[in-house]
Design a protein around this ligand. Structure first.
Ligand SMILES: Nc1ncnc2c1ncn2[C@@H]1O[C@H](COP(=O)(O)OP(=O)(O)OP(=O)(O)O)[C@@H](O)[C@H]1O
Ligand SMILES: [Mg+2]
Length: 390
């Protein structure tokens, strides 16, 4: 079963419609028609999510949300989606202030409701191993040695693989002008982006929590601006603040950047604990990796900070892995197999292969990579005691 949903609405036709839609998707549905009953059923039934009408007879939906949030035990959080007929932004703000996690204006499409529900349920699922321990706070930079080598494909799918290993993960689209995570994850242009963070008076975890988009896999996304010109708002100093703040909230903060060695990208490489340089076995890519290795050398980073990830490792390029390693005079630490159909169809449908096709050859290859890098960090988790600072 997909979970239990408490529907709080006094309109019988809305109740019927929601009940039908949710049951078809495998949810168990519990119905309350007014606030006191809603509060009682929340305590009694422990639903995975609440759909709460903003306007109820007797009590106001906002009061119900406020009451539930006040009564919740520390560390527990039932996701609440407020339903309303009002498009007014003030109403939205009021719903979020009352403690709702999301907001939908009636009439809405069932597919939108279900997508938002899934992402909230994944985000607040109990049993999350983060509860009771501080976040690992690892910042990983995924650097594309050349355009189109598969950096975004690997960054996003590794994030989903790490999430399935019970890690809390946020992916930051650091390709500020032409970021394409919205395409990879099928998200519209109206979703909040890093611009909403850097134009706020101060950048802190509460603000970032309200800006990241939770994918149905449970991975949070900090999207790139919706248009290239908006990227000018984001400076290297902003990005530094954003990443430092996200590191206090997540186990892994994965930043997807391109090959430019400008101020912003250098800052990301600097703050990152590990840099995964994604490459393919061709001469122009090898040339760029050599330049990157030189730059890294000048910056005085520890040798283990950079790891090479050879993507499409078994594709024929005329350059073998051995000769690539010879040319670079260092080993290539990780390899991801070539599976063009799986990768491109995932991109074009907006459904990353790690969500639906984790069992494919490509999915297994990314999972092996995620497990290997998580193992390297694993000892740190064991050392962390609940409540201790990093
Ligand atoms: N392991 C793989 N096997 C086959 N094709 C792949 C693989 N990884 C990525 N691709 C394909 O390579 C293309 C480029 O992928 P992607 O957008 O992830 O690269 P990128 O390095 O982020 O590009 P950009 O420079 O545009 O940011 C896509 O068509 C993708 O489907
Ligand atoms: Mg990319």
């Amino acid at each position: 079963m997909a979970g239990k949903v408490l529907v709080v609405d006094d309109d019988a036709s809305v109740q019927r419609l929601l009940q039908q839609t949710l049951r078809q998707e495998g949810y168990e549905v519990v119905i309350a028609t007014e606030g006191t009953e809603a509060f009682r059923l929340w305590q009694q039934e422990a639903p995975s999510l609440i759909l709460l009408d903003a306007v109820l007879q007797g009590t106001d939906g906002h009061d119900v949300a406020i009451r539930i949030r006040a009564a919740e035990a520390a560390g527990s959080h039932v996701p609440i989606i407020m339903l309303t007929a009002d498009r007014d932004v003030q109403q939205k703000v009021r719903a979020l202030r009352a403690g709702a996690d999301d907001y939908l204006v009636k009439p809405f499409h069932p597919a939108e409701l279900l997508a938002r529900m899934k992402s909230l349920i994944a985000r607040f699922a109990p049993g999350d191993t983060l509860v009771g321990r501080p976040p690992m706070g690892r910042i990983h930079a995924y650097y594309g040695a050349k355009g189109g080598v598969g950096t975004t494909t690997i960054a996003i799918n590794t994030a989903i693989a790490l999430r399935s290993l019970e890690r809390r993960v946020c992916v930051v689209d650091g390709n500020l002008q032409f970021g394409d995570h919205r395409v990879f994850m099928d998200l519209p242009l109206d979703r909040k982006s890093i611009v909403d963070a850097v134009t706020a008076p101060s950048i802190d975890p509460d603000l970032l929590r309200s800006i990241v988009q939770t994918h149905e896999s449970g991975v949070d996304l900090l999207l790139a601006p919706p248009s290239p010109e908006a990227a000018d708002h984001v400076t290297a100093a902003h990005m530094h603040q954003v990443l430092a703040s996200l590191a206090t909230m997540y186990d892994y903060v994965i930043v997807d950047i391109d090959k430019r060695l400008d101020d912003l990208n250098l800052m990301v490489l600097d703050i990152a604990e590990t840099i995964f340089a994604v490459m393919t076995a061709d001469l122009s890519c090898l040339k760029n990796v050599r330049l990157l290795l030189e730059t890294i050398g000048h910056l005085g980073y520890q040798s283990g900070k950079l790891k090479l990830v050879l993507n499409r490792s078994n594709a024929y390029t005329g350059v073998s892995i051995k000769s690539a390693e010879g040319a670079l005079r260092r080993p290539i630490e990780h390899q991801i197999v070539n599976e063009y159909r799986g990768a491109i169809s995932a991109l074009n449908t907006g459904a990353p292969f790690m969500t639906g096709k984790a069992d494919s050859v490509l999915g297994r290859s990314v999972m092996d990579f995620a497990k290997a890098l998580d193992r390297e960090q694993g000892h740190t988790v064991a050392q962390l005691q609940p409540g201790t600072a990093r």
